[in-house]
Design a protein around this ligand. Structure first.
Ligand SMILES: Nc1ncnc2c1ncn2[C@@H]1O[C@H](COP(=O)(O)OP(=O)(O)OP(=O)(O)O)[C@@H](O)[C@H]1O
Ligand SMILES: [Mg+2]
Length: 357
């Protein structure tokens, strides 16, 4: 059963097309993330599912029931916003209870339901506090409890961790995913943070300019991007323009000669070749015991220390500039390559990915 299904959904504001025909589904118990740059239509899509925005055209169903024209209060969706939107004059308990009052749930039933929701987010001890007396992370958990207490068919979250610092964000990420899996609640999550999307989602919907660029599991999105936009947007990447040479045996990618393992047709031009920086190995020139014929030479043109990784720029001889990253596995393992150093560059054939289309 599909929990949420959008078919050819369009939203226009006069001349502005915020969402340009989207097809999208969230299966029962699935965690789906809308990922894309600012202004690509993520919030608009989410608010159409919640019912706050009416689509210009297309249909939307929740739990296989057509909801296209149904007002928000008749949809059992739980919403969490970036700024939490807690009621400042109400205690935590009253904030969480609010949704149940709106649903006209009996008073006797409300107490245990609120308690259950507070326990889910581990806030049972703080029920009598006011929102201003809570930390950012605790406020975020109240917002989550408030969304969950109504036992929604679908949980909708719009950049819920945007206001938290990085450490807390990483922690909340794990907490939310565990809770979502425990409750098996269908979830549509919005973010422009790729780490968040890759680490939490069953499937990711990458959006660009109001359209879906690619839908897939995190590994598919990262390792097999279908478009140049997705390859560029997710992670760091080297994207080179190439042509097939030597009767189809090799690809000349801006001067870098690569084996044509993808069997691109002989004579093809303008193909995009992706090589992820973490797949490239560089070593001080001549320091390697053996060197394979596929290896190439280059020169380090930049070195940036980023803590867990070191990022280099390497100018390939008679070829392109490649971004290369190395894990910082301990200072003695760091090769301390510096700008101007000559290096041997190698990468496995499996690191060469031809972008389709
Ligand atoms: N009420 C409105 N009137 C006119 N244009 C709008 C309106 N709401 C949104 N838009 C436009 O629609 C597009 C999509 O907006 P939306 O808020 O969905 O983007 P988003 O992906 O959530 O971006 P962000 O990551 O910045 O939150 C933007 O170009 C925006 O300017
Ligand atoms: Mg938004």
């Amino acid at each position: 059963m599909s929990s949420v299904e959008l078919k050819s959904i369009v939203k226009k504001y006069g001349e502005v097309t915020a969402v340009a025909s989207i097809d999208l589904s969230v299966e029962s118990g699935e965690f789906v993330t809308l990922l894309g740059p600012s202004g690509c239509g993520k919030t608009t899509t989410l608010r159409m599912v919640a019912g706050f925005i009416r689509p210009t055209s297309g249909t939307l169903s929740i739990g296989d029931v057509d909801m296209t024209g149904v007002p928000p209060h008749q949809r059992t969706v739980g919403l969490v916003f970036q700024n939490y939107a807690l009621f400042p004059h109400m205690t935590v308990r009253k904030n969480v209870e609010f949704g149940l009052k709106m649903q006209k749930v009996l008073t006797s039933e409300r107490g245990p339901r609120v308690q259950e929701a507070l326990e889910l987010v581990q806030l049972e001890a703080l029920g009598e506090r006011m929102p201003a007396e809570l930390s950012g992370g605790q406020q975020q958990r109240v917002a989550l409890a408030r969304a969950l207490v109504i036992r929604p068919d679908v949980l909708l979250l719009d950049e819920p961790f945007g206001a938290l610092d990085k450490q807390l964000r990483d922690h909340m990420r794990v907490e939310l995913r565990e809770l979502q899996q425990k409750l098996k609640i269908s979830t549509l999550f919005v973010t422009h943070d790729q780490d968040e999307a890759l680490s939490m989602s069953d499937r990711i919907v990458v959006m660009s300019e109001g359209k879906v660029s690619q839908v897939g599991k995190p590994t598919e999105i990262y390792e097999k991007p279908q478009t140049r936009f997705v390859a560029d947007f997710i992670g760091r990447s080297n994207i080179l323009v190439g042509k097939v040479e030597s009767k189809g045996k090799t690809i000349n990618a801006e001067g870098l000669i690569l084996p044509n393992k993808g069997n691109v047709v002989a004579g093809a031009e303008g193909i995009s070749v992706m090589i992820r920086p973490e797949c490239v190995e560089i070593t001080q020139s001549g320091s390697k015991a053996t060197s394979t014929s596929a290896d190439v030479k280059g020169k380090v043109t930049a070195s940036i220390y980023l803590g867990s990784i070191v990022q280099y720029s390497v100018q390939i001889n008679k070829g392109p500039n490649l971004v290369v990253t190395q894990n910082n596995t301990g200072s003695e393992n760091l090769k301390n390559l510096t700008v101007g150093d000559d290096v041997d560059v190698s990468f496995p054939d499996s690191a060469i990915y031809i972008l389709p289309g």
